[in-house]
Design a protein around this ligand. Sequence first.
Ligand code: HAM
Length: 417
Amino acid sequence: MLQKPKGTADILPTHINRWHTIERVVRRACQRYDYQELRTPIFEATDLFVRGVGQATDVVDKEMFTFYDKAQRSMTLRPEGTAGVVRAVVEHKLYAAADVQRLYYVGPMFRYEQPQSGRYRQFHQWGIEAFGSASPLLDAETIALGHDVLTQLGIAHAALEINTVGTAAERGRYAQRLRAHVAPIADQLCSDCRARLGRNPLRILDCKKDAALLQDVPVLMDDLGAESIAHFEAVCRHVAAMGIAFVHNRRLVRGLDYYTHTAFEWSVPVDTFGSIHAIGGGGRYDDLVAHLGGPHTPAVGLAFGIERLARVLDAQCVGERPMLDACFVAMGDAAVEAIVPMLSSCRRAGLAVTFDALHRKPKAQLKFAVRAQARYAVIVGDDEVAAHTVVLKHLATERQQIVPQEQLITMLHASEE
Ligand code: HAM
């Protein structure tokens, strides 16, 4: 039997409503914050990610889906959205706009990771990126938009951690101090951290295996200059003023190389996905536009994993199949004729209605109405056809009443929950 590739998922009709809910909430929130959608290609030149995300990151080093096209150009399925958005901003000179450019995207990303609960090789992200302002208020606004989406999805309990990773120069100084501190115990570190120590030492800070060994390492905050500290303090002040709870985690470093100053992440309790708990994260990346060939343009953004958001909604039993407003139950041929115009007018009036297309016996049609999660059964038999009425039965309470056909739409609208 043919099967889907390892690390991918079919999103079945039983689950799609959660996805629709997430996408609806995300698009509305983006609109409220004046973000506009940008769609970029799913594959890009490999070099974009090597330069943009960073050669020393796990994503570029081990996880890219890279292939050669027929002209022997190296291409890669995008492992994240930021690099492609920056490429588009530079290519179309969007940075030249007088105002801050606020962009968002929703779509598939690809990382060749070891699949496990909540970790896929094809997954989906919703992300936002804002270009053209170094204001800490924009960092805070980015966090607020993420927080709003979580709140609207009923995931407000996700924990938010914020940190600063300073500028590239400050990080360079810190990396030296960190290496010197860790050198005496380097051979006790796990193999991943030993490799990171040479190429990307900050990543050892969030290693779970070596956490105990690395308890007393120096912190980056001590290498930051006054400007970086002022930026970080302003971000924290603004986020607090927005009523958003967070923790300053001095050891939070993100897995991608482009961050400067602010870095943040949301997580849910570990039991949701086993060992994984991050559902979204982001930060400021003031050097990336220039690094990819544009003029110096400060920027900040975030991304959430849609599979992970959907899993949290699953665990909370939110967003199952939407309720239908009504299911028509037609008893006899005349009744079938009579419900045809009623189905059409209900649908044109914005109501979600269905009928039993197998034309079963009335009892089976009522059972179907319950299975279809309709709020009402609209029952029509010979008597109702003659009197131009319907029997409107509220399926949860089993209360029923006779309603003139011309009042059906008004009645269904009036009772919408
Ligand atoms: P990231 O932390 O690598 O950041 O990914 C963001 C989110 O994507 C994660 O928190 C997680 O929910 C989801 N995700 C990542 N990998 C997988 C996977 N293999 N399976 C399922 N979900 C996954 C970025 O990608 C940055 N581009 C975020 C950003 C935007 N920073 C600034 N602007």
